[in-house]
Design a protein around this ligand. Structure first.
Ligand code: ATP
Ligand code: MG
Length: 460
């Protein structure tokens, strides 16, 4: 009875407005989370974690979404702070956990898988952990494999996902039937926005059926476009690897006359990778992202800028995010509207389009020959293992998710909010995408760094 009460309390709180409670409401939250989890956290007895005894996170600890409080809106959204709780909800021997990975590849997925397995096993003594192969459809169309610390020991050294992945194939009922049939009571779902929409449906269905199953998401998006969280794992690795492509383009164009290098980077709707890679490199002359419309011809246009830079330096490098300039490519009759298996709109390829446009313009209208060097490093970046800082970050995410589910939280995703890891109701991260704000300081820093045209009038 106690157990049921905990899940109910948690479900009510993740569903209700109390997830967005204001500072004055903090005492109110304790009504939803009294000391119902009844088992002592085994970390208390662990030698390695004995120091954690003093550091158990109180259920009342919260993380504020906004650190800068404006005068007229002194309160804001808060989330429960992630971390081990003194009392846990699941008895470790009763846990049957599963892990699934969905969507595109991103550096660090294997580290997250490894650390969920090792975190569950080493910190909590959980033995029964299943890997669901091949994404959501793996729940009902594939076999599972047993995951132990030994099995996953080296996987963080490899790119990709040890569990394989897929798009499409989300069938909530079949998935939850399978969860029930297999006696799974903790579900860890690693994936992007689409995956989290699916995770939300699983959580709702689990709740509808009254199952004692905790559902946790771990946000994966190489584009860094997941709302609320500071940054997604794999992003730093991607920015770092993008430097190699930018360096190569720079070397190429520096070595020839009128060299124009174009590097296409990931970023379907959000230009974070392109923006950060540009800021990091200092060899980029112009960065084009989906959020910032640009134009080619006329005063202040891209062609004029290219010509000026070629006259000044003899070469230039452009970084273009894959989602930039889609409307121009589509306007020229390239077929738009196709979708992938998950229902995501397939983008038109802006890289070759832009290369051709620039080449044609200078040859036909300016009687100049440009030496075009086009590089698309997308798959090389997605496929590499995560770097050191992402490895640490993946570990924090995985352990945070494990502590949360072991404490009985459900329907949440994990991530740093203002640098403190927090449990965020899934709906919060799926309701909108994070994009680069052109009025934000970071974009201003980029414009100051490249000295490129902003392509917008100051009154816009
Ligand atoms: P990324 O875009 O970073 O590659 P993603 O998680 O957004 O990752 P998708 O291919 O969009 O990748 O989705 C992954 C899984 O989530 C697929 O199995 C898909 O069926 C499922 N999914 C996507 N959108 C939804 C939705 N609205 N409802 C239920 N399931 C969804
Ligand atoms: Mg997506």
């Amino acid at each position: 009875q106690n157990k049921l009460a905990v899940v109910t309390a948690i479900q009510v709180s993740t569903q209700s407005e109390n997830d967005d409670f204001v500072l004055e409401d903090v005492p109110h939250l304790t009504n939803f989370l009294p000391d119902l989890p009844s088992y002592p956290n085994p970390l208390m007895k662990s030698q390695a974690y004995s120091i954690v005894k003093k550091n158990f996170v109180s259920p009342e600890d919260v993380v504020a979404q906004n650190v800068v409080i404006q005068k007229e809106s002194p309160r804001g959204v808060h989330f429960r702070r992630a971390g081990p709780r003194e009392k846990i909800y699941f008895e470790p021997e009763e846990v049957r956990a599963c892990i699934v990975t969905c969507g595109g590849l991103c550096p660090g997925i294997n580290t997250v898988i490894r650390e969920i397995v090792c975190g569950l096993n080493i910190m909590y003594g959980v033995q029964d952990i299943l890997g669901i192969e091949g994404g959501y459809k793996g729940f009902y169309s594939k076999n599972t494999l047993m995951l132990t610390p030994k099995v996953v020991n080296y996987i963080h050294k490899c790119g990709g996902t040890f569990l394989r992945t897929s798009r499409g194939g989300h069938d909530t009922h079949k998935i939850v039937d399978n969860i029930e049939d297999r006696g799974i009571n903790q579900v860890y779902i690693i994936g992007g926005d689409g995956t989290h929409k699916g995770a939300s449906l699983i959580y709702e269905e689990v709740k509808r059926r009254g199952l004692q199953v905790a559902v946790a998401g771990i946000p994966k998006t190489i584009d860094n476009d997941i709302a609320v969280i500071d940054k997604s794992f794999g992003f730093d690795t991607a920015v770092e690897e993008a430097q190699r492509a930018i360096d190569a383009a720079h070397v190429e164009v520096e070595s020839v006359e009128n060299g124009v290098g174009i590097v296409k980077l990931m970023g379907r709707y959000s230009g974070f990778i392109a923006m950060y890679a540009t800021l990091a490199s200092r060899d980029v002359d112009c960065c084009l992202i989906p959020e910032s419309p640009f134009y080619l011809e006329g005063r202040g246009g891209l062609f004029e800028f290219i010509e000026d830079r070629l006259k000044e330096n003899g070469h230039l490098v452009i970084v273009v995010a894959e989602g930039a300039g889609q409307e121009y490519v589509a306007a020229e009759g390239h077929a738009a509207g196709k979708k992938d298996a998950s229902g995501n709109k397939l983008l038109l390829d802006v890289g070759p389009w832009l290369s051709d446009k620039i080449k044609n313009h200078f040859t036909m209208f300016r009687k100049m020959t440009v030496n075009m060097k086009y590089i698309d490093p997308t798959y090389m970046i997605r496929a590499i293992p995560s770097n050191a800082s992402d490895n640490i970050y993946c570990t924090l995410l995985a352990h945070g998710a494990v502590h949360g589910t072991m404490a009985g939280y459900t329907g949440f995703t994990i991530g740093p909010v203002n640098s403190k890891h927090a449990y965020i109701p899934i709906a919060r991260v799926t309701e909108r995408q994070k994009t680069v704000w052109l009025s934000d300081r970071m974009w201003a820093r980029l414009l100051a760094s490249t000295n490129q045209p902003s392509f917008v009038a100051s009154d816009q």
